[in-house]
Design a protein around this ligand. Sequence first.
Ligand code: G4P
Length: 531
Amino acid sequence: MSTIDQIRAEAERRRTFAIISHPDSGKTTLTEKLLLYARAIHLAGSVKSRKAARHAVSDWMQMEQERGISVTSSVLQFEHHGKMLNLLDTPGHADFSEDTYRTLAAVDSAVMLMDHAKGVEPRTRKLFEVCRLRNIPVITFMNKLDRAGLDPLELVDDVSSSLNLKVAPINWPLGMGRDFKGVVDIKTRDILVFDAEAHGTTAVEAKRLPWSAVDDLIGPSRKAKLEEDLELIGEAGEQYDHDAFLRGELSPLFWGSAMNNFGVEVLLHFLAEHAAPPDARVLEDGVSIDVDDPRFTGFVFKIQANMNPKHRDRIVFMRVVSGEFEKDMEVTVGRSGQSLRMARPQTFMAQERNVVDAAFPGDIVGVFDTGKLRVGDTVSSKGQLKFSGIPRFAPEHFGQLRLKDPLKRKALDTGLEQLAHEGVIQVFYRSSVDRQNPYLGAVGMLQFEVLKERLKNEYSVTAVFEGLDFRYARWIQGNPEALAWLKASSSFTVVEDRNGSPVLLTDSEWGINYALQNAPKGLELFDIEPL
Ligand code: G4P
């Protein structure tokens, strides 16, 4: 059992973060290289192979079944310079789902990774918006400098204006593509030299040269353009301001090439030194719980089902908010008041899962659960507490299930309700009385696969999934007359979520705009469930 001072010190050295990016920006590569530079792994290649193994949906399901619990979206914990980093994986590609958004409820900062040839892409923007909801500090990393890309100044301008975010370069590229020579530190003008030969599969430190070496590296004409750029940044650009960064108002910007191990070390140092440590969280009643509160508190942000029918266990991912988590401790679930023993808790050191004895604010603990916990639940060692919930995000894929055996209707309804509570899927009813055959919504198609598989394994229900044409869902608030107008119009579909809140479903963005322009004044539409 640690003292309050020890808990505070442990919390202060935690850095809990996620990498947000559009697919193919290099997230898997960067994750691996961060581990490599933190000496948590010794040879590049292992994380990538994990990604390859989980690529196809069917492989993924197979793997889940074989291994019992998920290996797909874990937490990587590793140390660097005396700091304890918790990197929360936010799956991309086919396995993109609502979990990805929810994971961001459990981090204190994020690395926004972009391909410098592409800049802000749709998923970068979405994930960034989720970070902004909680004012999470965001560090930007421009990747793939070994390839041709956009003009750096224009790129910074574009990121800044399209995300409405101040961007403060910490370093600046010396060329790109075949002419990529390294980066220059904006403040010291020191140069980190890129040497394609040296940056292989092991963690090498980039050579550091003084500014005077720049002529030799890039030649006089490119030096002139670089000096112009640096002057412009100095005069008109944003300067790094640590408090503004911690408030989520300004993003420090780094450049590099994850594949070539370049720029990763600088990013890792910055994360360890300057990324946000865990902070207080607010309960529903407005009371704030500090990290050094003597009570252990935490909340569930993710549940990973075990798809092996022989074991009904699920693994529940909990973020520690305050106090010390101890193995075998008794906790109370805020929602239900039930008592639970935290047996067999796991943490995730780099590639392995280990049983933990203790965890501190910022850490993620995985515990096995038989169905007593839900996404958003608060647990605490004393008292029945509730942190503000984790919002739900507008689904982008919709469908319905058709039963093969109509007698299984009841089992299907039960299954859907429970799995919706778990956060596997969102359920929308046509009205409060018509609860048969609800519409289903998901952020990623994989969620439907998981749903079908779990209904089959856990509820013995075999159902056929049929897609619906909707593409957008918006929670409706504001003027009740506007809601009545939407319901009366044959152009719109208004449904109820599982809390009875009205939701607009439409197949086009045009539909949303039309509703906003033509409904009686005061209509408000939200793509994140208002809490
Ligand atoms: P993701 O997880 O964000 O989807 O991206 P991932 O790391 O898988 O990277 C996507 C592709 O971009 C990979 O190529 C990867 O090698 C490449 N990549 C990552 N960082 C860099 C970089 O700094 N420079 C260049 N040139 N490429 C980079 P791939 O061909 O899809 O896969 P692979 O055959 O290399 O494994």
